[in-house]
Design a protein around this ligand. Structure first.
Ligand SMILES: [Zn+2]
Length: 184
């Protein structure tokens, strides 16, 4: 989809690993985990046993590519700094569509604008607990400590993409931004 394409282009232009098919692995995963990012190999794992819809697949790919983008851009200390992990999980939940309205409506949670933030916070905490042996309190503290700055960091999208047309718009903007710089 356009989200993933934008991320791939942004990474290429930032001098990051150029992702191709060999960076994606399909595996059976434990529990209800949908995907993962291996920072050592820059590989993205897609859990074929837990992904049954194309739209879900798109979200997982986008979510994991945001981790890959952060890894390249920010030299994230995934293992010893839980705040780094928390920040990337907040961004991935916020920007991948994990908490988009339609996605949330299918879970019968209608509502308030505030709900998007609550959803992002909850998912970031759950993601940390799925990959690190830390207490719920530690995960919550890490997420709350960096929430505002990481929730408002929309790179490379420019804003939170809420729909397919938003993503296409962001992608065009991203390309034009690049063109603009190229003309300076
Ligand atoms: Zn994640």
């Amino acid at each position: 989809g356009p989200y993933a394409q934008l991320l791939l282009d942004a990474m290429k232009q930032s001098g990051c690993t150029v992702y191709n098919d060999r960076h994606f692995a399909c595996e059976d995963c434990d529990g209800c985990v949908s995907g993962g990012f291996d920072s050592a190999t820059s590989q993205i794992v897609l859990c074929q046993n837990n992904i049954h819809q194309q739209s879900h697949m798109n979200r997982v790919v986008t979510h994991e590519l945001i981790h890959a983008f952060d890894h390249c851009r920010a030299h994230v200390d995934w293992f010893s700094n839980v705040k780094h992990l928390a920040c990337s999980e907040i961004r991935a939940a916020n920007l991948s569509g994990d908490c988009s309205l339609i996605n949330e409506m299918t879970r019968f949670k209608f509502g308030l604008k505030q709900h998007h933030q609550t959803c992002v916070r909850d998912r970031a905490i759950r993601s940390i607990l799925a990959v690190r042996k830390v207490s719920k309190e530690t995960a919550e503290k890490a997420v709350d400590g960096v929430f505002d700055s990481c929730f408002n960091d929309h790179e490379p999208f420019g804003r939170v993409p809420h729909s397919k047309s938003d993503a296409k718009y962001a992608y065009r903007n991203f390309q034009n931004r690049d063109r603009y710089y190229a003309n300076l």
